[in-house]
Design a protein around this ligand. Sequence first.
Ligand SMILES: [Mg+2]
Length: 365
Amino acid sequence: MQLRLQRFQLTKAVPLAISRGTTATAEHLLVSLEHDGLTGIGETGGFETGHRHYDIDAVAAELEAVAPQLAALAPEPLQALEPLLAALSPPARCGLDLALHDWWGKRLNQPLHRLWGLDPGACVATSVTLGLGTPEAVLARLERWWLQLPATRIKLKLGSPAGIAHDLPLLEGVATALEQRRQQTGSACELQVDANGGWDLATARAMLEPLERAGVVLLEQPLAPLLDPEADSAGFAALHGESPLPLVADESCWRLADLLRLAPHVDGINIKLLKSGGLSEALLLAQTARRLGLGVMVGCYSDGALLNGAAAQLLPLVTWPDLDSHLNLVDDPFTGLTLEGDVLIPPAGPGLGINLGISMGQASC
Ligand SMILES: [Mg+2]
């Protein structure tokens, strides 16, 4: 199969601030695999989680380096490609894994969720994200979301470097706005909180009562992820027994081994394709988490609709969809991922079901 890489820019309509910094743009890679008259496409990019960092240039170099090996291989059976994929970083593996799944679904002329036996009618609303900022700015962002879609599930980012003095008034302001909306419209909004690892244990403990009082339904990644797996799990274990809210691991949970070590100490995991290295591991994570009685979130970084459309193939398995990044882009090059109200629909076209909507030109890496 022939590999082709093209870089493209993604620009946010509203920059997003979290505990680790602010993102306004991202450079991503379109990964195309052509074989036997069919082309599978995947998207990948660099990202960082506080304890691990992947640079787009390094991801592109990894993929360019395996192009000669891919030229001698076919995209099926997928199992035969596992040794090659296993040697790659998660984001490089993700780009190829998505393109291979897309090719496979196109060869069989079916969307992936159908090949997996999933029910596309079993999907629930996605959350939309509110970043860090002054209460006034964050509430203005909330109003903008409500102009775009029903937005009945809100994910509020906390864990500000400015500390609890920032987080508490912001939490209170958003909770008050949601209660006002409930009184005005008669429909309640769900409030989730993601600290992106911005709290220490004492701060996390101090926030539990205000979070519960604000009606928050889950707390995601309160503590910074740690490279030492035992120490990382110990942080969740310390909070789990005393937290009235479900705890969800994001930056700490990448692969099945992370899920298994964290399972006794969390109530759910946030799966992202760039962390898992694509759909093969993500499907395994989602199925295993459900069998273990855990909630499943599927999330995103600054991703376009190709990455989010790939993740949307898993939505029938997902308790807390969190795939809103493409809804905040002014130049998303992809089409095929649609909303009904605030429910994302798994694309029905073959493979990932996502198309390139605008030309990216001939530029390659
Ligand atoms: Mg998160």
